[in-house]
Structures are given as structure tokens and as C-alpha cells.
Design a protein around this ligand. Structure first.
Ligand SMILES: C[S@@+](CC[C@H](N)C(=O)[O-])C[C@H]1O[C@@H](n2cnc3c(N)ncnc32)[C@H](O)[C@@H]1O
Length: 421
């Protein structure tokens, strides 16, 4: 039986029960099984699939993320990202006394490219460490499966963490920014929630509704009073997600890479009066959530203050936070760049690799992403990615620089990451 499209499902729900919250709208637009943005193939979009606008000569992992998609992420930009994460995981493994099984759960693993890069480079870092790795790619969709065939790699299609007793690390890249958010607007009579309604066949956003107390209690937590007219997003699934992460982890680390800020910066009246919800379509930031339903990405920045606070409540200790530029730098990105010359001789290939690596640490792009480390039953462990360490530098100085493969993206196309400050 053919399911309705995401837009048809949204219209059906509104016709049946009246306006729906923006959060419900976003959940259907992104994840509706019959044609949500992440749960359908980009081929459903008539503008994709090898038409004249399609960049030629590049193989990418899938239609949503990459050259022919709407944005790209760090694993696609260069395998140095996964390689340096492997170095960080290696140190975590040592902190845990080199267990015979070190489990990595990667929720939101998408196509499994990060898994592939981590597992391949882990073998360069230490044979014993590589042998201990059991890596689970967990995603709401099945993805291209780049991890297939690698020893220790597994895939689970799920939207929660179905494992318990994990000793190791729960790692994510750009997961939390893909969670549906509810929107509220401060009006003279108080906070109003944004709903989606249909009038005369058109979908419109309306703010005639008071919100329920649940999502707003988080704002109260942050001692934060929005200014009149200000719009904010609330990542309502964050709390249950965080408790789920803590339940899955017995001993080890949570490493979260995403774009976002502290609550103070995120809810700043001066800088983000209209909130941070944005949409991406074919590498263009479009900022029109009610259009191209199921065919464009919708995302908002992560409130790291809430991630840390909820984590503490759930039993996850805050260890450190930094930006991706410093994180990769501390782990030895400089050495990898220096050694690139010996890894590739072709001039073009060298330039492409350097470009991808620089993109990962670009202060105006992926380098501005945040990396948060939390721990459970690990004491106050200090991690290589968060402060310069001779040990990490020495280790990486003796390791090879990984180079772009056909699974990665060639940034010569001048594409933009899914990010805006
Ligand atoms: C922005 S993409 C990032 C993909 C990949 N991590 C990368 O860096 O290229 C977000 C991914 O998170 C997945 N996702 C969203 N919510 C999830 C959940 N609750 N559990 C597992 N995966 C989820 C989506 O299906 C999507 O593949």
C-alpha cells in the first residue's frame, strides 16, 4: 500500500484534528515513512537525479547529504575527521583500561561513512584497539551502508538506543540539530506556540494558541525571559533522548558534535531574534519551512546549555566543550596537514585534500561546530581533543594522513555546509 506523502499527511492531520504544533509538522516533514525528508530517497524530487543542474563527475553517498543533496557534513568533507575521532576513541579506550570490547554507538549515523573512516583508521592507531571495537550505526533510516563488510560494524534501524550496559562511547555528529523542534513566540499576552494550519488550501503558521507547560519549563530552567516578538525553538525530545543515552551507557563517554551555542548566545535578542530554525535546499539556505515539504532539510541550532544540564540530571558528568577547530587541532590535524604531501603526489589531489581538511577547521564553517564530552563512571577524565597534549601529537605525528576516497566529497564544487552562524 502506498503511503501518503508528508504534505498529504500533514493536511490530513489538520483536516482531522485542527492545527498541529510546528513540532508535529516538522516530525512529519522530516521523518514521515511515506516521504519525509530523511525517510525517503531524494529521487522523489523532480529537480534531482542527474538533471542538467546536477554537479558531474562526483560520487556521493546519497541524495540528501552531499554534492547533489542539500548540504554536507564533516565526515563527507574529509576522512581526517573520522581518523581524529578514532584517535580520541583510542584514548577513551585506554582510560577505560583497554576493555576487550569497546562499544561505539553512533545514533544518526546516516550512511555510515564516519563509522567506516573510524574503523579503518583505528587499525592504524592500534591493532588491539581496533580488535576491541564494536561499532553500531543507529539511524531512523537504513542509509547507504558504507560500514557494510567491515569487521565489528553493525547497523540498527531505530530512533532510540536499543542497547544497555555499553562500555565505550556514544558518538554523534549532527544528530541533535535534526530533532524536530517546537516554536514559541513572545506576544504581549505571553508566550504563544506556533501551529500549522491550512486556510483556503494554503498551509500557514499561526500563533493563536497558548502552549502546554512542558516545553516551556526548559526556558524557566534557563532563567530566561524572551523579548516581545522574539521567536525561539525548543528541542522537546532532548530530555528523553538524554535520559535514553544515560540508560544505554554503563561506563564511558558521550561525544556530541553539532552546531549550536550556549543558551545565552542562542536566545540572544540582538543576534537571534527570529530563532535559528532554517531550511536547506540544494545548498541554498531557504528559510521557508512550509515549502517543499519532505524535499528540503529543516534544522535548528543546538542549545548546549540544556544538553549539559539535562545530562547532569540524567547522570552524565560534564567533561568539556570546545569548538571543532580546536578539537581536531588538539588531536593532531596540523600534523596530518603537514604530512599530506607525502600521502599524495598529484597536485590536484593534494589541493582537494587540503581543501577538505581545511573545511573541517574553518572558523566560519564546520570549525565553529561544538564538541561536547560527557562521561559516566569515568571520574574527571581529561581528553586529548580538549587540551593540547604531547602524547596525542606524538602519536599522530607517526601515523599516515588519510586521503579522500570516492565516498567523500570533492569540495572543488564550492558547496556550502549545512550551517549558518
Ligand atoms: C543531519 S543528518 C547527519 C548524518 C550523519 N551523522 C552525518 O554527519 O553525515 C541527521 C541524521 O540523524 C538521523 N536521526 C534523527 N533522529 C534520530 C533518532 N532519534 N535516532 C536515530 N537517528 C536519528 C536522521 O535520520 C539523519 O540520518
Amino acid at each position: 500500500m502506498q503511503l501518503m506523502s508528508a504534505e498529504e499527511e500533514i493536511r490530513r492531520r489538520i483536516a482531522e484534528k485542527g492545527p498541529i504544533t510546528f513540532g508535529e509538522f516538522m516530525e512529519v516533514a522530516l521523518y514521515w515513512p511515506g516521504g519525509g525528508y530523511y525517510t525517503s530517497s531524494g529521487n522523489a524530487d523532480p529537480l534531482r537525479g542527474g538533471g542538467p543542474e546536477q554537479p558531474q563527475g562526483i560520487q556521493v553517498s546519497e541524495e540528501r547529504i552531499g554534492a547533489s543533496g542539500d548540504y554536507f557534513t564533516s565526515p563527507l568533507a574529509h576522512p581526517a575527521f573520522g581518523a581524529l575521532i578514532a584517535v580520541q576513541l583510542y584514548q577513551m579506550w585506554r582510560i577505560l583500561d583497554c576493555p576487550g570490547v569497546f562499544t561505539v554507538l553512533e545514533p544518526g549515523a546516516g550512511d555510515g561513512l564516519l563509522c567506516r573512516d573510524v574503523l579503518e583508521y583505528a587499525g592504524e592507531v592500534s591493532r588491539d584497539f581496533r580488535d576491541s571495537l564494536r561499532y553500531f550505526c543507529i539511524d531512523r533510516r537504513s542509509g547507504a551502508g558504507h560500514e557494510r563488510g567491515l569487521a565489528g560494524a553493525h547497523r540498527i534501524v531505530a530512533d532510540t538506543l536499543p542497547l544497555r550496559g555499553v562500555v565505550g562511547c556514544i558518538l554523534s555528529n549532527e544528530l541533535l540539530d535534526a530533532f524536530p523542534v517546537r516554536q514559541v513566540v513572545m506576544q504581549p499576552e505571553g508566550l504563544r506556540e506556533v501551529y500549522v494550519d491550512q486556510v483556503g488550501g494554503l498551509l500557514i503558521a499561526c500563533t493563536d494558541y497558548t502552549f502546554d507547560v512542558g516545553p516551556v519549563s526548559r526556558l524557566t530552567d534557563l532563567d530566561f525571559v524572551p523579548a516581545e516578538g522574539q521567536t525561539l525553538e525548543i528541542n522537546v525530545d532532548l530530555a528523553s533522548w538524554t535520559f535514553g543515552v544515560s540508560r544505554a551507557l554503563e561506563r564511558g563517554f558521550v561525544l556530541t558534535v553539532d552546531y549550536g551555542r550556549s543558551a545565552r548566545e542562542l536566545y540572544s535578542v540582538e543576534e537571534r531574534f527570529r530563532g535559528t530554525l532554517t531550511t536547506f535546499y540544494r545548498h541554498v539556505q531557504t528559510d521557508s519551512p512550509l515549502e517543499r515539504i519532505g524535499r528540503q532539510d529543516m534544522t535548528s541550532q543546538v542549545d548546549f546549555t540544556s544538553v549539559v544540564r539535562l545530562g547532569k540530571r540524567a547522570g552524565l558528568d560534564f567533561l568539556d566543550i570546545t569548538d571543532q577547530r580546536s578539537f581536531l587541532g588538539n588531536l593532531g590535524m596540523g600534523h596530518m596537514l603537514e604530512r599530506l604531501r607525502s600521502a599524495v603526489t598529484d597536485r590536484m589531489e593534494f589541493a582537494d585534500n587540503r581543501r577538505g581538511m581545511q573545511e573541517l577547521v574553518s572558523p566560519d564553517g564546520l570549525g565553529d561546530f561544538k564538541v561536547l564530552a560527557q562521561g559516566k563512571n569515568v571520574g574527571g577524565a581529561s581528553l586529548w581533543g580538549f587540551e593540547p597534549s604531547d602524547e596525542a601529537r606524538k602519536l599522530v605525528a607517526g601515523l599516515p594522513t588519510p586521503v579522500l576516497t570516492e565516498r567523500h566529497l570533492n569540495l572543488r564544487q564550492g558547496l556550502n555546509p549545512g550551517w549558518q552562524g
